[in-house]
Every structure is written in C-alpha cells, then in structure tokens.
Design a protein around this ligand. Structure first.
Ligand code: ATP
Length: 206
C-alpha cells in the first residue's frame, strides 16, 4: 500500500510574502514530514475587508519568485478566482474534492489561532484538515486550543517548532512607504518585483 500524500496548505494574504511565511512552511514540512506546502493567496480575505490589496496576480507572482527552486514549496491560484470572500472551509472542501486521498494540514500562525473561533465554520475546517500552528511573537498558544465553542479543536492541532520571527507584511509595507530597507526580510527577487511594480510606496492601511 502506498502512503497517502501529506500536504500543508498555507493560506493568507501574502501582501507581500516574507521570510516569516517561508520559515513556517519549512518548519511544517520538517516537523510533519509533509510532501508539499502549498501557498494559497486569498482573493478576498474575509477578516481583512478594509485592507487595500495588491492584485492577486502580483501577490502570486511574488510567492512564485520566493519559492522558485525550493523543494516542497508550491503555490496555487485556487482561491484567487472563486466567489468572494475566501473562506478557509470552502478552500479545503475544494481541495479535498480534487485530492480525496491526501492528508491535509492547514498551517496558521498563533495570531490566527486566537481568532479561529470567529472564522466561517471552524468545526467544518477541522473536519477537513488538521491545524499546524506556529507560534508568532506576542501570540502565545497557551490554552488557546481549549475552546468549548469549537469542539475537538485541541485534538486537531499540531504545534510546529520554529524560531519565532517578529515580522508581518504590514511592517514590510510600512517600511517601504517610509523609504526604509526591507532587504532580507523578503527574498531579493520579491524585492525586485516590488520595486518594478512600484507598490507599497504610500502608507495606505493601519
Ligand atoms: P498582514 O501584516 O498584512 O496582516 P501577515 O504578515 O500577518 O500579513 P498573512 O498573509 O496574513 O501575513 O499570513 C498568512 C499566515 O501566515 C497566517 O496564518 C499568519 O498567522 C502566518 N504568519 C505570517 N507571518 C508570520 C510570522 N512572522 N510568524 C508566524 N506565522 C506568520
């Protein structure tokens, strides 16, 4: 009998992708013995309705530039063309329908675990995938998995070891708007794309 393929899905805005996103994917690949981690940029993130977004095509292009040539890291545009908003439960259902024999993890930072109970159909999500949670500075995992309103959450979580990286795409956008360097916070080819497209030149969001 052949082993089932083991896949981690890393959903997010990726506006832009940064080294935090790259490090957590590598840690999940390692700890969970995954075959692949797939970056899935959201077309319309439901929990960031007011944030002005770079086009999905350019966010995907930055992801592809960042992961080019790295074994085990892939991307998918599956969530860029669906009906808005981009619900994780719907994404996982679509992925599950296409790949019924795959073992699935949805990879999240601990900040996302804090608000997981507010997501659309959280119980449905953990019926479709396990959660791979990576600690993000300032967001201790602690007893977060004990939530009576999301039955089964605690036993659906795999904690991933990592070097906590205190970095967000918001910080990257702010630094660029202020003319500050972001070298090595994003891969060099991502920085090239940012400069070519002349994005993040103004501070637009919070
Ligand atoms: P923004 O600052 O625009 O909100 P972000 O840096 O938080 O963006 P997202 O695209 O929203 O990035 O994140 C996608 C996923 O990656 C989320 O689950 C988030 O928790 C996780 N993540 C992002 N940055 C880190 C980090 N530095 N450490 C651990 N997890 C992270």
């Amino acid at each position: 009998m052949t082993a089932r393929r083991r896949v981690g899905i890393l959903g997010g805005t990726f506006d832009p992708i940064h080294i935090g996103h790259l490090h957590i994917a590598q840690c999940a690949l390692h700890d969970l013995h995954l075959d692949d981690v797939i970056y899935v940029p959201a077309g319309s993130p439901p929990h960031k309705p007011d944030q002005p977004l770079t086009s999905g095509a350019l966010r995907l292009e930055m992801i592809d530039a960042a992961i080019d040539g790295i074994a085990g890291l892939k991307s998918s545009d599956i969530d860029l063309h669906g009906a808005a908003p981009s619900y994780t439960s719907v994404l996982l259902e679509r992925f599950r329908a296409r790949h019924p024999d795959t073992e699935l993890w949805f990879i999240i930072g601990s900040d996302s675990l804090h608000e997981f109970h507010t997501w659309h159909r959280p119980t449905g999500i953990i019926e479709l995938a396990r959660l791979a949670v990576v600690e993000r500075p300032g967001w201790p995992i602690g007893s977060l998995t004990e939530r009576p309103d999301v039955p089964g959450l605690a036993r659906s979580v795999d904690r991933i070891g990592s070097v906590p990286i205190d970095l967000s795409a918001t910080v990257i956008r702010k630094r660029l708007a202020q003319g500050l360097p972001v070298d090595w916070l994003v891969p060099p080819r991502v920085l090239d794309l940012i400069q070519e497209a002349r994005i993040y030149r103004e501070e637009l969001d919070q």
